[in-house]
Design a protein around this ligand. Sequence first.
Ligand code: SDX
Length: 428
Amino acid sequence: MSETAEIKLDGQTYNLPVVTGSEGEKAIDIKGLRGETGYITLDSGYKNTGATESAITFLDGEKGILRYGGYPIEQLAEHSTFLEVAYLLIKGELPTKEQFKDFNNKITRHTLIHEDMKQFYEAYPRKAHPMAVLASMLCTLSTFYPESQDADRDIDSVDLTITRLIAKISTIAAWSYKNSVGHPVVYPQNKFNYIENFMNMMFSMPTEEYEINPVIADALDKLLILHADHEQNCSASTVRLVGSSKANLYSSISAGVIALWGPLHGGANQAVIEMLDKVRKDGGSIEKWVEKAKDKNDPFKLMGFGHRVYKNFDPRAKIIKKACDDVLENLGIQDPILDLAKKLEEVALRDDYFIERKLYPNVDFYSGIIYKAIGIPTDMFTVMFAMGRLPGWIAQWQEMINRKEPIGRPRQIYTGPTVRDYTPINNR
Ligand code: SDX
């Protein structure tokens, strides 16, 4: 007899099915609730509501566990590569040597963007935020591949769109940076691997060849792995919702980029550095800013702290904090911002306000310090997050399509005026 949840409404008893996941998580399946009882559920921000069943990523907020396809993030960050993790998320299994070679070659061969897209860069204001550029350029890709707009696309054309997205996002990102500093764009080169190509497009100059630093390449690869997926977060849910209307994959991903841009989500990595800078310029009084973060009347929040799911620690933050030390030491950089971040973490984690609310550093708290150390400008930090998260968004979109999930359309409880008659303006 399968497990059920009993609810009593208006003197009637209903039994709703209970769903149990492969890690023992439980949910009450309410798909029949409204039909049987006339009631819906209400859960602002979906804090307690599951949107789907998914086999891509598992995270346990209490135990600080994060696994892609069952593989612990600590092992993948240590031993895998970003493109291999992208394959795992999208295909559900780690690739064989042959499969990876084919996947990697296809991506290498699709890194160029149409020359006509260069005109769009010239039309943006120099200081256009690269997240605005990224979102529009990714959506614009669909205009260069109109066949991708066909809702009932076949698997081969979906695979080609996936390849194009992963290949071209790094070129689009690097070119938005070059355009913002008035430097000529650098074309991708097939001799480089994915990360090296991005670094070369970002930092190479016509006047001098950029020398790839393996320490930086390794740190970037690790950061992209750590950002690759995070189950039903705000931007992944956006990609799923937009994709559920059968909008094309380019547009669904573009919507995910825009959702990620928010400072409460991926935009936090830029906001952390801006916050630490503000604290430093203000004389570095940690206690003053921690008090501000606790003050309900003060809109200031400790950016990079807190998480909807992790109520213990964000395993990614632990790995990134260690990578921070390694990269800065290796590059011989003494960044006062890192010391400030560590002090802020120490003070906050001793403070009852943060302890009671289980607020710990999240993935965004230390990542910006590494990006800054390797020369990536602050307004490009969330673009880096988007580059890392792209395979996760693709995997979430693909799972929603393959499971033939219905168009997402939540209900509501109406609280506005009840029916009333219109009166012409002269009578009001
Ligand atoms: C990401 O979902 C994901 O998986 C996201 C992500 C991913 O990989 O996709 O992990 C990436 O988005 C990480 C989060 C980055 N955002 C930030 O660092 C911004 C700062 N953090 C907060 O805005 C907040 O913690 C959230 C948005 C991350 C989570 O918000 P919740 O779950 O809605 O929690 P809440 O706002 O209801 O906070 C609970 C309490 C409140 O106080 P009380 O009303 O109970 O008194 O904690 C307080 C909040 O005021 N609080 C903070 C705080 N975060 C929460 N107080 C001060 N500083 C903070 N950072």
